[in-house]
Design a protein around this ligand. Structure first.
Ligand SMILES: [Zn+2]
Length: 436
């Protein structure tokens, strides 16, 4: 569960919490005095709504309030721009409700989740992989012992795991283990390969499994306050601070690189890459991302989506590794080695957009908003893509188009500014006229 989820959960107790803290409605109308300190509410105008997500709404100042706002009000921390520690606030709210006898489930202590994950990580990796698990990895060209050093493990004996799990529940609480889904039988069983997710500080935080039999093939443990799959990816501890980061799709793709000593590889464990993950990379010094998603429809669409939506916003330099159809990165490494992998074409993101959409407009639009490392090379790559699609796009022609597009955009911006200035002038003039 994330903080935002927990906040939502606690809002179910909004009315009870408000009453506990002496916020009482006016008898006749069921209306409350507004808790917005900058609204001088003379006649109560704040109403409680139970639908969807419970909240208060003030018909005087048009503000919505939830349980944290009530907390801020009753603890007198409600000033404009006043920062509070949401986590501490939620804990205090939950405590008060519990003490008053409400059955509120607790927000779990990060330290405990970290400790439980650390225990599980040690448990699953304490013996070498064997049997079908070992064969599966070898088949993929991944050395099992090296994989184990990267947190890949298995359950050797189910009875023994059940005993371990029982102790884990005793130690950290049944609710915590259940909430983090550290007891998921689809993951922790004798017919799975288990991968450990580490956070940026190299701490185990979550687990995923490749099930050797049955569907779904891949399952991961739950979202917790220390783990959100989309925001973290598999391998963030390897890539944090790397200038170039390759984004692959699967756990085994990433592993295949790691066990060969290449560490700037992150598995997104999904067909698309999230905004948060790209932002995290950028904030930690990454300059270039290479989308190396599986060369199937889902992988290509996912790459296109993420590139178009996020790359201009985040201002990362992006390229797309074009792999042969039906061959994932781990298979290429196994069959062709790292040099074979490097030989595949690295397409500038703009040329990839042209390839996927066929639209020159969209390609140019992307080019003037996203960072470009080598403009000439990029234009040549686009031109080459164009030739294959029977589009007449020489680099010179592209340059002229780009220039026009850029100028048009700048002129639009200027016109907007001029428009705003004119409006402002009119306001000032009319104000002055009134004064005179
Ligand atoms: Zn109000």
């Amino acid at each position: 569960m994330t903080l935002a989820d927990y906040r939502k959960y606690l809002n179910r107790f909004l009315l009870e919490y408000a009453e506990l803290n002496h916020l009482h409605p006016e008898q006749s109308e069921r209306k409350y005095y507004c808790i917005n300190p900058s609204h001088n509410d003379i006649v109560p105008s704040m109403v409680y709504y139970a639908e969807d997500e419970p909240h208060f709404y003030c018909h005087g100042c048009n503000h919505y309030f939830d349980i944290v706002d009530v907390y801020k009000y009753v603890t007198k921390k409600f000033k404009p721009n006043d920062e509070i520690n949401i986590k501490e606030a939620l804990k205090e709210i939950a405590n008060q409700l519990q003490k008053a006898g409400y059955n509120v489930k607790p927000f779990f202590d990060d330290k405990k989740i970290y400790a439980a994950a650390q225990d599980i990580y040690k448990y699953i990796t304490r013996y070498p992989l064997k049997g079908p698990q070992k064969d599966f990895l070898k088949e993929k060209g991944i050395d099992p012992e090296r994989a184990r050093a990267e947190g890949v493990g298995m359950i050797h004996n189910y009875k023994n795991w059940m005993r371990f799990l029982y102790n884990l529940k005793q130690k950290y609480g049944e609710d915590l283990i259940a909430d983090a889904k550290f007891d998921n039988k689809l993951i922790f069983n004798t017919d799975t390969i288990i991968y450990t997710y580490f956070d940026a500080n190299h701490k185990p935080v979550a687990f995923a499994a490749r099930r050797l039999e049955g569907d779904p093939k891949y399952v991961n443990t739950g979202t917790t306050s220390i783990f959100q799959k989309k925001k973290m990816g598999y391998g963030i501890h390897k890539v944090i601070g790397q200038r170039t980061v390759y984004l692959v799709e699967g756990y085994n793709d990433a592993l295949a690189f790691w066990v060969r000593g290449y560490y700037n590889i992150l598995a997104v464990a999904s067909a698309s890459v999230s905004f948060e993950l790209l932002q995290l990379l950028k904030n930690n010094g990454t300059e270039r991302v290479v989308f190396t998603l599986d060369p199937d429809e889902a992988g290509l669409r996912g790459a296109l989506e993420s590139i178009r939506k996020y790359i201009p916003k985040i201002q990362l330099y992006a390229t797309v590794k074009i792999l042969p159809a039906h061959k994932d990165p781990d298979e290429i490494l196994r069959d062709e080695g790292i040099n074979g992998f490097y030989k595949y074409k690295n397409l500038p993101a703009a040329a990839f957009i042209l390839r996927m959409t066929g639209s020159i407009q969209q390609t140019l639009e992307f080019l003037i908003t996203a960072p470009v490392k080598d403009l000439q090379a990029t234009l040549e790559a686009i031109s080459e893509e164009g030739t294959q699609m029977n589009l007449d796009l020489s680099p010179e022609k592209l340059k002229i188009n780009l220039m026009q597009k850029y100028l048009t955009k700048e002129i639009e911006k200027l016109n907007k500014t001029i428009g705003e200035a004119q409006t402002r002038m009119k306001q000032i003039t009319s104000f002055l006229e009134k004064l005179l």
